[in-house]
Design a protein around this ligand. Structure first.
Ligand SMILES: [Zn+2]
Length: 242
């Protein structure tokens, strides 16, 4: 398996590294992004940990190509803010429309170039969906009618089986969010497109591990990982991203 590091927007104030792990010829393409909102730390850390695991060849792909951008919005991340304007409203709304922000345009161009069958956007949100149907904490969101829906149900079932505290269960939400990267990937690229939202009120380590587990479930569902072993953050402590 080959892991390469690249720069998006090299030379610009919003430049950010991304990684491509490749195994063999062909196979599925999966894109994972985190940090579209700069203060959603557990999703960012989970994406970084996944890159570490790939670099260490601990997490191995059986086939295909995995693109990861661990911190999309570096400017917002440095200030630990969500981002102004909200980057997740600036992605292209239709095939004919352009992104309204250069970073969103660059992220979307990368997706368009690699044509991912799966697009995962990692976030964090308020509340716990099991206790309050109106909040997005502990949810997987996809667009109504997206081909990812059956898989999302399967992964939620699997996650909830392993979660001991019922309040922390994940639930599915179906919604269209024009300008978001999820909806752009679904509408324009036809990707199976999912937003992962962990609930901020939980301890950070717990949130990181939920994010890591969910991504690995998707990699398995996409047919790019064969092992049943799930790597969590505790297993990779003390290793930096290169
Ligand atoms: Zn977010």
């Amino acid at each position: 398996m080959r892991v390469t590091k690249h720069m998006l927007g090299k030379g610009s104030p919003w430049a950010t590294p991304y990684y491509i792990a490749t195994e063999g010829q062909g196979g599925p393409h999966v894109m994972v992004v985190a940090g579209i909102h700069g203060k959603e730390m557990a999703s960012i850390r989970a994406a970084e940990k996944l890159v570490e695991l790939l670099n260490q060849q601990k997490l191995r792909l059986s086939q295909g190509k995995l693109m990861i951008i661990p911190i999309v919005n570096q400017v917002a991340y440095r200030k630990r803010i969500r981002g102004v304007p909200d980057l997740n409203r600036t992605f292209p709304r239709t095939k004919k429309k352009a992104a309204t922000q250069p970073l969103a345009a660059a992220v979307f161009e990368l997706a368009r170039k690699h044509r991912p069958e799966w697009y995962l956007d990692l976030h964090e949100a308020n509340g716990l969906s099991q206790k309050d149907a109106k909040v997005l904490g502990q949810t997987l969101i996809t667009n109504s009618g997206n081909p990812a829906v059956p898989t999302v149900h399967r992964i939620i079932k699997r996650m909830n089986c392993s979660i001991k505290v019922k309040d922390q269960y994940f639930n599915i939400r179906l919604r269209e969010l024009p300008g978001s990267s999820r909806t752009a990937a679904a509408r324009i690229l036809g990707a199976r497109s999912v937003t992962v939202e962990t609930g901020w009120s939980l301890p950070k380590k717990v949130r990181i591990n939920y994010q890591m587990q969910i991504v690995q479930h998707f990699l398995r569902e996409a047919g790019m990982m064969k092992t049943n072993e799930v790597y969590l953050s505790a297993q990779v402590r003390g290793v930096g991203v290169t």
